[in-house]
Design a protein around this ligand. Sequence first.
Ligand SMILES: [Zn+2]
Length: 278
Amino acid sequence: MKAVDRLLFGTAGTPNSAKPRDSITAFKRLNELGLDSMELEYVRGNFPGEQKALEIASAARDNNIRLTAHGPYYINLYSEDPEKLAASRERVIKTAKIGSLSGAESITFHAGFFRGQDSGEVYRWIRNELEGIIHKVRQMNIDVDVRPELTGKPSQFGSLDEIIRLSDEIEGIQPCIDWSHLYARTGVFNTAGEFQSVIDKIRSKLGEQAIKSFHMHITGIIFGLKGEKKHLNLDESDFNYKELLHVLRENGVCGFVICESPSLEDDAIVLKEYYEKI
Ligand SMILES: [Zn+2]
């Protein structure tokens, strides 16, 4: 991620009000709305070609929109099937390659599923896979942050501690903190004190640099015993985004804030405007 001295608010994918629905229109629309960033969504496994990726990068620059990218949902780095495992590795690497060509500074993805296995064994396995992926990405000279995401269900690999530990143990891996997922998978982490404890842990394990180069997701959310059920708009959810934004401000957190609410740009603006008034 390039250096940044503030938070860059934006949407997970093309804003709802961008017509037609292409990236170039999306960036113009975000710029008109006063937003700063967008996450390119490869979640369904569709990637642009290399030429198109370069056009996306230049359109984003022209409109002052900074980019991240989200890899396909169908990634499981703890797959028992060697072909599926190889395909999962390739999807992460392709997200890094095409994302970087498109101008994304950071990529995120859901690393895998426990499949009922012991968390220590799954951790070691996924750590090993990520080391291989980082090695390959660096060999290909791709300059992009690689960030496994804090996921929304306890059945998914990616608790707060797992994500921080990977970032601590593997040079080149950093966290993507999805605050709403953290709330959904634990039922806590919805007060200023709890948000502060996350910042404190990141600061102590990963250093001030991690605080100055955050990649985070925020959305309204509803959840049950199995974690995340669905994303909601902020005003329909009890997720305490206001206290979170106070904590981010007080700690001088910088980087990407990607809004994943169904209303996308409307809630991204809610977040940005609230933050700016603090
Ligand atoms: Zn995600």
